[in-house]
Design a protein around this ligand. Structure first.
Ligand SMILES: Cc1ncc(COP(=O)(O)O)c(C=O)c1O
Length: 459
């Protein structure tokens, strides 16, 4: 602890002394004290001992309601009894056969029956691998190389999937033609040549960019809700425009539904009534175990068929492993359309309650999102793309971090970027609990907002 440490950070340390003592060990073995940068937060994350339903208990015995759900992947929260039983039964029968098994077939059939764009699919071990394989499929199908991705879009842990994820002001270029920007020093030049960046939720600009680059574009990849940059929903008009323009020019349209599949039994493509050529999935379809998938039109997916001469390569040791398939099938069987509607309603109530609380506190802040997916932004301006999210993030400074730590002390976990998602393990009770926690946390924060960020107070 430093002499000038913020009093609310000190309060967090007092709340979690055992996690703090373990942080010394994690700092020694992991760079920055964590095995996963996205899950890390300052001064150290809580070390979790156990979890059940929508609750987790840390090593100090604090009970936390989990609104993060491993970055939206735990659709039923933790340790759903059906998933536990399925995994327990499967693990005793072996975990990976490198051969088809009936759970694998049934999970694939369930997904294909629900998601309109999917005739056939392939499982992968992560969402990252799902988007990677979809892009390879598009390149093989079109013989073209470049990929259009959205500014602020995230598709996994490789450079092409992360380029221009964060629209840093210096170097992002004009909204009409955003530059391909690295997020760190690891990006090869080739990635900038291979990508065309599209502004999100700008149908006219997108149409023009697609037409200008049509001869070199294999695919356009888009998230129906911009997840990592603040849960910004796409408009139906935008998705329809991408569909029309890609059809006009023979470009493969890929929906990355790794996060948004939870919004409807058929994914976000169902309520938008826009059908892509390929869909990438992950997170909820693994029942809490590592997973990914990609699927789509039969003629595209047939490019992977081993019966073809020189099929598109697709290996991956743990794809479709029996343990993930058992967990995923158990979880998806009990995730019905009625469940999607119930938790989407809880998400709407969460946004309403948070927005009322921000307004009562006189703060320029809002929660936006779609269905069970939400994110806080410190601004009253409309959030319509990643540039808006970025401006709000910069404006909030350290207040976001203090809100995150404060909510933890009041028993509510979100992602440190203030993303919240609802699981089926939740009821109105947990939503009201989170709204009360926000109210209490904002009261503690108020003096520091007045002192450090008075611009966030509404006159
Ligand atoms: C929209 C989207 N696509 C792809 C991925 C990559 O999935 P995974 O982390 O399973 O590799 C993520 C992960 O958060 C994601 O949010």
């Amino acid at each position: 602890m430093s002499a000038q440490e913020h009093p609310l950070v000190t309060a967090y340390r007092q709340f979690s002394p055992t996690s703090e003592s373990l942080a010394e060990r994690t700092q020694a073995v992991f760079p920055g004290g964590d095995t996963r940068s996205s899950a890390h937060y300052d001064p150290y994350p809580l070390v979790i001992d156990s979890a059940s339903g929508c609750r987790m208990w840390d090593v100090d015995g604090n009970e936390i309601v989990d609104f993060m759900n491993n970055f939206t992947s735990l659709i039923h929260g933790h340790a759903h009894p059906d998933v536990v039983a399925a995994v327990r039964s499967q693990v005793a029968k072996g975990s990976a056969y490198a051969a088809p098994n009936t759970d694998q077939i049934e999970l694939a059939e369930l997904i294909a029956a629900r998601v309109p764009s999917i005739d056939q699919l392939r499982f992968t071990s992560s969402g990252t691998e799902g988007t990677l394989m979809a892009i390879r499929c598009a390149r093989a199908a079109t013989g073209r190389q470049k990929i259009m991705k959205m500014e602020g879009g995230y598709h996994g842990s490789y450079e092409l999937a992360e380029v221009s994820l964060v629209p840093f002001v210096d170097g992002r270029g004009p909204l009409e033609a955003p530059a391909s920007q690295p997020v760190d020093g690891s990006f090869p030049e080739s990635v900038f040549h291979d990508t065309v960046i599209c502004p999100y939720n700008e149908p006219d600009l997108a149409r023009r960019l697609i037409a200008n680059h049509a001869h070199e574009l294999a695919a356009v990849i888009v998230e129906p809700v911009l997840g990592s940059m603040g849960m910004v929903p796409a408009t139906t008009e935008f998705l329809e425009c991408l569909r029309e323009a890609t059809l006009d020019h023979g470009i493969v349209l890929i929906f990355d539904e790794v996060i948004t599949l939870r919004l409807n039994e058929g994914g976000a493509q169902t309520p938008h009534a826009v059908t892509p050529d390929l869909t990438c999935m992950g997170k909820i379809i693994g029942g809490g175990l590592p997973v990914g998938a990609f699927g789509g039109k039969r003629e595209l997916m047939q490019l992977f068929s081993p019966e073809r001469e020189r099929p598109v390569m697709h290996a991956s040791t743990f794809s479709g492993n029996a343990l993930t398939m058992a967990a995923g099938l158990a979880a998806m069987r009990v995730y019905t359309q009625a469940d999607t509607e119930r938790i989407n309603g809880l998400g709407a109530r969460l946004r309403e309650g948070f927005n009322q609380t921000f307004a009562q506190a006189g703060l320029a802040a809002q929660m936006v999102g779609s269905g069970s997916l939400s994110n806080i932004h410190f601004t009253n301006d409309a959030i319509h793309d990643s540039r808006d999210s970025m401006a709000a993030m910069v404006g909030a400074g350290h207040i976001s971090r203090l809100l995150h730590l404060g909510m933890l002390r009041h028993g509510v976990l979100s992602a440190s970027r203030l993303m919240y998602c609802v699981s089926t393990a939740m009821t109105e009770g947990e939503i009201e609990f989170a709204i009360t926690a926000l109210n209490e946390t904002l009261q503690e924060l108020r003096p520091f907002i007045e002192q450090d960020r008075p611009g966030l107070l509404v006159a």
